[in-house]
Design a protein around this ligand. Structure first.
Ligand code: CO
Length: 154
């Protein structure tokens, strides 16, 4: 569990800045190398900028597919199946608990960011057809990852 302290406040501020800079909708702490249960969303589609610390999520409705991308996988877009309604409870940046329920885009964004906290990426949720379609981009990612690993080993 993440503690709402000075480090997390600063992390959230940095993550909001990065998400905006890269035209994202949201960003999760593991994407910036922090294994904390924290994600942020940007001020878009009628919602203010938000931080979700130690979120718990409940999903409902019959699953629907929609197009998703990810700042960690810039070359890849795929149709991902998810329940359409999410109810989320988390701490805000002041340490106060709040609960929100949304249907549609925000329910999808919250699930996507929550997946990052669980180590689940788009590629883990892609259909075999989408994996085949994104094969070149995925191969490039694996290659970049291997090169970064061997550079780190030196
Ligand atoms: Co992502």
């Amino acid at each position: 569990m993440a503690k709402v302290d000075g480090f997390v406040v600063e992390l959230v501020r940095d993550m909001h800045r990065l998400a905006k800079e890269y035209d994202g909708i949201g960003l999760a702490a593991p994407q910036v190398g922090e294994s904390l249960r924290v994600f942020v969303t940007c001020a878009l589609y009628g919602e203010p900028e938000r931080a979700f610390i130690n979120p718990r999520i409940e999903l409902s409705g019959a699953i629907v597919g929609d197009d998703e991308g990810c700042l960690s996988l810039p070359e890849i877009r795929a149709e991902i199946m998810r329940p359409p309604v999410a109810r989320i409870t988390a701490l805000d940046i002041e340490g106060n608990e709040f609960t929100l329920e949304r249907e549609g885009i925000w329910a999808r964004v919250w699930q996507h960011e929550y997946d990052h906290l669980e180590g689940v990426l788009l590629v883990d949720r892609m259909s075999p057809a989408d994996k085949a379609r994104n094969k070149a981009a995925l191969a490039e990612l694996v290659d970049t990852y291997r090169r970064s690993q061997s550079a780190g080993a030196r």
